[in-house]
Design a binder for this molecule. Structure first.
Ligand code: NAD
Length: 371
């Protein structure tokens, strides 16, 4: 789409916007909207297909989609950002809707952006809060969704430890990244009785042999505000002698170069693609259990599903129900993947794709469409 945007100085920019609907075989298309300068059609297409496999893997009744605008979000004033998402929504209103295609936030967009999207949709189509997820809790959002991805990371970590006959309560974790995913993953890990011995973010890295306390992690905001333990080299965090390593910041941080120095026995991919293909094959060969991103960080889309169901039912769950259902959905997704891995003698990553693709194919077959 071409999206004209009136800038604050009165000039008009015409921005390039996208929505790719990859599959509706298993339900309405679902996927975020990314505002980033490098967004292009190939990028959005690839991300849309990943959403199809992710929603299938965690067995929620959605297909896959993704959207975006090629723009630097930092270059937008608040008014410009609001106008842009309203324009995006108006242009696509005929293909969006609670039972057609349901956007959510992604890089460069947030709960406020989704609130504007919902408001624009309402103006055109009437009251339907389930038309978008990731909304503010004050405006039909779901309590628990903000922490859902980090919580899901820990549900799958506990499941992986259980499968190996290990006691999660005596396991140590190092977490790279202390943003939405890393921070909630650290807090949930401590709540589950694990010992979070190292955390890092752009402000630095810290190591505490006895584990950081819950209150300290909850109140810190950034790693520079943690005071117990000692400062360490951020790159060294990936090489600590811990049971579980959780990269929760960027893609491509573990490569053929540093993989031989990774000492953790379990690697849980909270970030998207934190391992290069070479690192993945090296570490798998060394017997490291890798919980793949498509499974480990799927808590966000499960949380979106809970927000959508609550909006449709016009009923709000208490946060305890949200958390219990999230844990149990991710646990059963992990168990399905583990059973598939055992059946095919393959990695959890390969098993995740076998299972996800098979479910989409099955849906196509029963619908009677030509695959
Ligand atoms: P965020 O922006 O909230 O946090 C990113 C964190 O990484 C920040 O604490 C930042 O300081 C830290 N960081 C950046 N560079 C670093 C470095 N070199 N070393 C150590 N820390 C560094 O982002 P987020 O939402 O937490 O997402 C993190 C990852 O998880 C991304 O790969 C994202 O694609 C993926 N992910 C997020 C969600 C979600 O629901 N937020 C869902 C699925 C996947």
């Amino acid at each position: 789409m071409s999206l004209p945007l009136r800038r604050d100085d009165g000039t008009i920019d015409v921005l390039q916007g996208y929505r790719v609907q990859h599959s509706s075989a298993r339900g309405p298309r679902k996927g975020g909207i990314r505002f980033h300068p490098t967004v292009d059609l190939d990028d959005v297409r690839a991300l849309a297909s990943l959403m199809t496999w992710k929603t299938s893997l965690v067995d929620v009744p959605f297909g896959g989609a993704k959207g975006g605008v090629a723009v630097d979000p930092a270059s937008l004033s608040l008014r410009e950002k609001e106008e842009l998402i309203r324009r995006w929504t108006r242009t696509l209103v005929h293909v969006l809707g609670p039972h057609r295609d349901i956007p959510a936030p992604d890089m460069g967009t947030d709960a406020q952006t989704m609130a504007w999207l919902m408001d624009e949709f309402h103006r055109l189509e009437g009251f339907q809060p389930a038309c978008v997820t990731g909304k503010p809790v004050e405006l039909f959002g779901a309590p628990g969704r903000e922490e859902a991805t980090g919580r899901g990371v820990i549900s799958t970590t506990v499941a992986a430890l259980d499968r190996a006959g290990r006691d999660s309560r005596s396991s140590s974790l190092a977490v790279q990244g202390f943003g939405n995913v890393g921070r909630f993953a650290s807090l949930c890990a401590v709540e589950a009785g694990m010992s979070v011995v190292a955390v890092s973010d752009v402000t630095g890295a810290r190591f505490n042999r006895t584990g950081f306390g819950h209150d300290e992690l909850a109140g810190a905001g950034t790693v520079q505000n943690l005071h117990s333990g000692v400062e360490i080299d951020p790159a060294g965090l990936l090489e600590l002698d811990v049971d579980v390593l959780v990269p929760a910041a960027l893609g491509g941080v573990i490569t053929a170069d540093n993989a031989p120095r990774v000492r953790a026995e379990f690697l849980v991919e909270a970030a998207n693609q934190p391992l290069t293909a070479a690192a993945d094959s090296y570490l798998s060969g060394q017997g490291v259990t890798i919980v793949p991103d498509i499974l480990a960080n799927a808590g966000g889309v499960v949380g979106s599903y809970f927000e959508w169901t609550q909006n449709i039912q016009e009923f709000r769950w208490p946060i305890s129900r949200f958390r219990d259902e999230l844990d149990s959905r991710l646990r059963s997704a992990f168990d399905d993947v583990a059973a598939t891995a055992d059946e095919h003698s393959c990695s959890l990553r390969e098993a995740s794709f076998i299972l996800a693709v098979r479910r989409v194919v099955d849906a196509f077959m029963f619908r009677g469409q030509v695959v």
